[in-house]
Design a binder for this molecule. Structure first.
Ligand SMILES: C[S@@+](CC[C@H](N)C(=O)[O-])C[C@H]1O[C@@H](n2cnc3c(N)ncnc32)[C@H](O)[C@@H]1O
Length: 188
Protein backbone atom coordinates (compact mmCIF):
# COMPACT_ATOMS: atom_id res chain seq x y z
CA UNK A 1 0.00 0.00 0.00
CA UNK A 2 2.85 2.39 0.86
CA UNK A 3 4.33 2.13 -2.66
CA UNK A 4 1.26 3.94 -4.03
CA UNK A 5 1.91 6.98 -1.89
CA UNK A 6 4.11 9.99 -2.67
CA UNK A 7 7.02 11.05 -0.47
CA UNK A 8 4.98 13.57 1.49
CA UNK A 9 1.93 11.29 1.84
CA UNK A 10 4.04 8.56 3.38
CA UNK A 11 5.81 10.92 5.73
CA UNK A 12 2.51 12.46 6.86
CA UNK A 13 1.01 9.04 7.46
CA UNK A 14 3.95 8.16 9.68
CA UNK A 15 3.77 11.48 11.51
CA UNK A 16 0.10 10.92 12.29
CA UNK A 17 0.92 7.43 13.55
CA UNK A 18 3.64 8.44 15.99
CA UNK A 19 2.78 11.94 17.23
CA UNK A 20 0.78 12.17 20.45
CA UNK A 21 -0.86 15.00 22.32
CA UNK A 22 1.66 17.16 24.18
CA UNK A 23 4.70 15.84 22.28
CA UNK A 24 7.87 17.68 21.45
CA UNK A 25 8.42 17.77 17.65
CA UNK A 26 11.79 18.61 16.08
CA UNK A 27 12.34 19.76 12.50
CA UNK A 28 16.06 19.06 12.00
CA UNK A 29 16.27 20.88 8.62
CA UNK A 30 13.87 23.83 8.53
CA UNK A 31 14.82 25.08 5.03
CA UNK A 32 11.92 26.90 3.40
CA UNK A 33 9.68 25.85 6.27
CA UNK A 34 7.16 23.67 4.42
CA UNK A 35 7.62 20.78 6.85
CA UNK A 36 7.78 23.15 9.80
CA UNK A 37 4.48 24.70 8.77
CA UNK A 38 2.87 21.26 8.55
CA UNK A 39 4.19 20.37 12.01
CA UNK A 40 3.13 23.75 13.33
CA UNK A 41 -0.51 23.12 12.38
CA UNK A 42 -0.37 19.66 13.93
CA UNK A 43 1.27 21.11 17.04
CA UNK A 44 -1.58 23.59 17.42
CA UNK A 45 -4.17 20.80 17.20
CA UNK A 46 -2.33 18.48 19.58
CA UNK A 47 -0.90 20.97 22.03
CA UNK A 48 2.67 20.05 21.06
CA UNK A 49 5.89 22.03 21.28
CA UNK A 50 8.03 22.54 18.19
CA UNK A 51 11.75 23.13 17.70
CA UNK A 52 13.30 23.98 14.32
CA UNK A 53 17.01 23.71 13.46
CA UNK A 54 18.90 25.09 10.49
CA UNK A 55 22.45 26.29 9.95
CA UNK A 56 21.24 29.10 7.67
CA UNK A 57 19.78 32.19 9.29
CA UNK A 58 18.03 32.95 6.01
CA UNK A 59 16.17 29.63 6.16
CA UNK A 60 14.92 30.30 9.69
CA UNK A 61 13.76 33.77 8.63
CA UNK A 62 11.82 32.38 5.66
CA UNK A 63 10.15 29.82 7.92
CA UNK A 64 9.37 32.42 10.59
CA UNK A 65 7.67 34.55 7.95
CA UNK A 66 5.46 31.59 7.05
CA UNK A 67 4.57 30.79 10.64
CA UNK A 68 4.79 34.11 12.45
CA UNK A 69 6.07 34.64 15.95
CA UNK A 70 4.63 32.12 18.30
CA UNK A 71 5.67 31.13 21.79
CA UNK A 72 5.60 27.40 21.30
CA UNK A 73 8.08 27.36 18.40
CA UNK A 74 11.77 27.52 19.32
CA UNK A 75 14.10 28.40 16.43
CA UNK A 76 17.70 27.23 16.74
CA UNK A 77 20.41 28.49 14.41
CA UNK A 78 22.78 25.55 14.79
CA UNK A 79 23.67 22.19 13.34
CA UNK A 80 21.41 19.27 14.16
CA UNK A 81 24.64 17.43 14.93
CA UNK A 82 24.58 19.25 18.27
CA UNK A 83 21.24 17.93 19.57
CA UNK A 84 23.02 16.74 22.70
CA UNK A 85 23.93 20.33 23.63
CA UNK A 86 20.24 21.18 24.04
CA UNK A 87 18.80 19.60 27.21
CA UNK A 88 15.23 20.49 26.16
CA UNK A 89 15.58 17.91 23.35
CA UNK A 90 14.42 14.80 25.21
CA UNK A 91 11.43 12.44 25.03
CA UNK A 92 10.82 13.67 21.49
CA UNK A 93 7.74 12.38 19.65
CA UNK A 94 9.06 13.09 16.16
CA UNK A 95 12.23 14.19 14.41
CA UNK A 96 11.82 15.14 10.77
CA UNK A 97 14.71 15.59 8.31
CA UNK A 98 14.56 16.70 4.70
CA UNK A 99 18.17 16.29 3.61
CA UNK A 100 20.09 18.21 0.97
CA UNK A 101 20.23 21.90 0.12
CA UNK A 102 17.68 24.67 -0.26
CA UNK A 103 16.35 24.19 -3.82
CA UNK A 104 16.82 27.77 -5.04
CA UNK A 105 19.98 28.57 -3.03
CA UNK A 106 23.62 27.48 -2.89
CA UNK A 107 24.09 23.76 -3.42
CA UNK A 108 27.24 24.01 -1.30
CA UNK A 109 25.24 24.50 1.89
CA UNK A 110 23.93 21.01 2.21
CA UNK A 111 23.51 18.32 4.80
CA UNK A 112 26.58 16.06 4.96
CA UNK A 113 26.80 12.31 5.49
CA UNK A 114 28.96 12.45 8.60
CA UNK A 115 27.04 15.12 10.49
CA UNK A 116 23.69 13.66 9.43
CA UNK A 117 24.74 10.29 10.84
CA UNK A 118 25.87 11.85 14.13
CA UNK A 119 22.61 13.73 14.36
CA UNK A 120 20.50 10.63 13.69
CA UNK A 121 22.41 8.65 16.32
CA UNK A 122 21.70 11.38 18.87
CA UNK A 123 18.06 11.63 17.81
CA UNK A 124 17.58 7.89 18.37
CA UNK A 125 18.68 8.37 21.98
CA UNK A 126 16.27 11.24 22.46
CA UNK A 127 13.13 9.93 20.84
CA UNK A 128 10.56 8.46 23.22
CA UNK A 129 9.27 4.89 22.89
CA UNK A 130 6.52 4.94 20.25
CA UNK A 131 7.98 8.04 18.61
CA UNK A 132 10.10 8.15 15.50
CA UNK A 133 12.28 9.73 12.85
CA UNK A 134 11.13 10.54 9.29
CA UNK A 135 14.07 11.24 6.97
CA UNK A 136 13.77 12.15 3.28
CA UNK A 137 16.97 11.63 1.28
CA UNK A 138 17.80 12.46 -2.34
CA UNK A 139 20.25 10.53 -4.48
CA UNK A 140 20.41 13.14 -7.25
CA UNK A 141 23.58 14.81 -5.94
CA UNK A 142 26.90 13.34 -4.73
CA UNK A 143 26.55 14.16 -1.03
CA UNK A 144 22.99 12.83 -1.08
CA UNK A 145 24.29 9.50 -2.41
CA UNK A 146 26.87 9.39 0.40
CA UNK A 147 24.18 10.15 2.99
CA UNK A 148 22.01 7.31 1.72
CA UNK A 149 24.89 4.81 1.82
CA UNK A 150 25.90 5.89 5.32
CA UNK A 151 22.34 5.76 6.64
CA UNK A 152 21.69 2.37 5.01
CA UNK A 153 24.77 0.85 6.62
CA UNK A 154 23.90 2.37 9.98
CA UNK A 155 20.21 1.45 10.01
CA UNK A 156 20.88 -2.17 8.95
CA UNK A 157 22.68 -2.63 12.26
CA UNK A 158 19.97 -1.19 14.51
CA UNK A 159 18.63 -3.70 17.02
CA UNK A 160 15.22 -4.90 15.72
CA UNK A 161 13.95 -5.26 19.29
CA UNK A 162 14.43 -1.53 19.81
CA UNK A 163 13.72 -0.05 16.37
CA UNK A 164 11.46 -0.74 13.45
CA UNK A 165 13.19 0.55 10.30
CA UNK A 166 11.86 0.91 6.77
CA UNK A 167 13.17 2.41 3.54
CA UNK A 168 10.94 3.37 0.61
CA UNK A 169 12.29 4.68 -2.70
CA UNK A 170 10.66 6.18 -5.75
CA UNK A 171 12.91 4.68 -8.39
CA UNK A 172 11.40 6.36 -11.46
CA UNK A 173 11.66 9.92 -10.15
CA UNK A 174 14.51 12.19 -11.16
CA UNK A 175 16.14 12.57 -7.76
CA UNK A 176 15.11 9.05 -6.75
CA UNK A 177 13.96 10.21 -3.31
CA UNK A 178 13.96 7.78 -0.41
CA UNK A 179 12.10 7.97 2.83
CA UNK A 180 13.64 6.38 5.89
CA UNK A 181 11.20 5.80 8.74
CA UNK A 182 12.42 4.66 12.15
CA UNK A 183 10.08 3.96 15.03
CA UNK A 184 11.37 3.31 18.55
CA UNK A 185 9.70 0.18 19.87
CA UNK A 186 11.38 -0.04 23.28
CA UNK A 187 14.36 1.06 25.34
CA UNK A 188 16.88 -1.73 25.79
C1 LIG B 1 16.25 20.39 1.60
S1 LIG B 1 16.39 21.73 2.70
C2 LIG B 1 15.04 21.45 3.83
C3 LIG B 1 13.69 21.72 3.28
C4 LIG B 1 12.64 21.99 4.32
N1 LIG B 1 12.38 20.89 5.20
C5 LIG B 1 11.35 22.57 3.77
O1 LIG B 1 10.27 22.09 4.10
O2 LIG B 1 11.46 23.53 2.99
C6 LIG B 1 17.76 21.29 3.71
C7 LIG B 1 18.11 22.32 4.78
O3 LIG B 1 19.03 21.71 5.69
C8 LIG B 1 19.86 22.73 6.18
N2 LIG B 1 21.06 22.12 6.78
C9 LIG B 1 22.19 21.69 6.17
N3 LIG B 1 23.03 21.16 7.07
C10 LIG B 1 22.42 21.26 8.28
C11 LIG B 1 22.80 20.91 9.61
N4 LIG B 1 23.99 20.30 9.86
N5 LIG B 1 21.96 21.17 10.63
C12 LIG B 1 20.74 21.76 10.38
N6 LIG B 1 20.33 22.12 9.14
C13 LIG B 1 21.17 21.88 8.10
C14 LIG B 1 20.13 23.59 4.97
O4 LIG B 1 20.56 24.87 5.37
C15 LIG B 1 18.78 23.58 4.26
O5 LIG B 1 18.02 24.70 4.64
Amino acid sequence: MYSLLGVHDLTKLFIHEVVQKGDLLVDATVGNGHDTLFLFKLAQDLDCRLIGFDIQEEALKIAQTKIGSNGFVEWILDSHEKFDEYPQIRDVGLFIYNLGYLPTKSKHITTMAESTLHSVEKALNRVRVGGGLAITCYSGHPEGKREILALEEFTKRLDPRAFSVSWTCWVNRQECPRVLLIKKMKNL
